[in-house]
Write a protein that binds this ligand. Structure first.
Ligand code: C2E
Ligand code: MG
Ligand code: MG
Ligand code: MG
Length: 293
């Protein structure tokens, strides 16, 4: 059997863990404790409008969870989110990120912005989810629901598509926006889009990063942007790292950009200064939306 791990002598997913079971057990316990101690906080990554009346301006940000582990330093979501997603802790994470994000959104320096919060499948499909969002919004009466965007993945939406559609419809009825995240990586196809009450589509980084080099990805992105526009769904390109990608996305009619080219995720305390120092991109002159273009 596995050696009993004493407190402090293990490391997450490290080579010292002798079995999957103890690894998962340790991670779960640490995660629960870290949540209680406030070690998990969202960082914020800005989003830039590429077209429309706000072209060149920052229009919002996405909340991305960071775990400041007392011994291991910063732990990225990829290291603990799969375990969290499979446990009831995903709801605690959702509640904390919603509250922290709405708190940041309520500050005067974010007055004109929207914020995206990622929600795990298990929380989205939990019968308490709509109450959770309603309660979070009621704790921040200065933030209208329209400024909160709930990001769901294709996996969450298609785990139980009938239920997901009803939950998303209730979110829309509350006034919240809904984004379909990582579009193109899972089961969702363009024909599914009309069934899901989403306001935004986030095109996954894997397509964005191959846009310039591959005619195939270029065609997929171009087609996705045209279809989304036709359905009245806004588009966001994720993981934009190169100026060339921004130029192509602008030309193809993508609405919003997010990625290291604009800014990396940053702590809430750094966001205000970043926003104050950001200068609108002169290559993106504000223009009224072109009907049908
Ligand atoms: P996501 O929601 O698709 O978030 C985008 C990821 O791309 C983030 O990774 C972000 O830091 C990264 N990214 C942004 N721009 C660039 C870029 O230009 N280049 C590259 N290479 N990467 C970029 P992160 O923060 O590690 O999060 C990974 C995933 O973990 C997220 O993917 C999301 O699915 C999940 N996640 C993060 N925070 C939360 C949360 O609070 N709740 C839930 N349920 N899931 C979360
Ligand atoms: Mg996301
Ligand atoms: Mg994504
Ligand atoms: Mg992703």
């Amino acid at each position: 059997g596995a050696r009993r791990l004493g407190r402090g002598e293990h490391c997450l997913y490290g080579p010292h863990l002798e079995s999957r079971v103890s690894s998962r057990h340790v991670l779960y316990a640490e995660l629960r404790q870290g949540l209680r101690r406030g070690e998990l906080q969202p960082w914020f990554q800005p989003q830039l409008a590429l077209r429309g009346p706000q072209a060149g301006q920052v229009v919002g940000f996405e909340a991305l969870l960071r775990w400041q582990h007392p011994r291991q330093g910063q732990v990225a979501p990829g290291r603990f989110m799969p375990e969290a997603e499979a446990s009831p802790l995903i709801r605690d994470i959702g509640l904390q990120v919603l509250d922290a994000t709405l708190t940041r959104l309520a500050a005067p320096d974010c007055a004109a912005l929207t914020a995206g919060v990622n929600i795990g499948a298990r929380h989205l499909l939990d019968e308490r989810f709509i109450e959770d969002v309603t309660a979070a919004l009621s704790r921040h009466p200065g933030v209208p629901p329209e400024r909160l965007e709930i990001e769901v993945t294709e996996t969450a939406a298609f785990a139980d598509v009938g239920l997901a559609v009803r939950v998303l419809q209730r979110l829309r009825a509350l006034g919240c926006r809904v984004a379909l995240d990582d579009f193109g990586t899972g089961q969702a196809s363009l024909t599914h889009l009309q069934d899901l009450p989403v306001t935004r589509l986030k095109i996954d980084r894997r397509f964005v990063s191959r846009l310039a080099a591959s005619p195939r990805e270029f065609a997929i992105v171009a087609g996705t942007l045209v279809t989304a526009r036709g359905l009245g769904i806004e588009t966001v390109a994720e993981g934009v790292e190169a100026a060339e990608e921004q130029a192509l996305l602008t030309r193809l009619g993508c609405d919003v950009l997010q990625g290291f080219l604009l800014a990396r995720p940053m702590p809430g305390e750094a966001l205000g200064q970043w926003l104050a120092s950001h200068r609108p991109d002169p290559a993106l002159p504000a223009a009224p939306p072109q009907p049908g273009a």
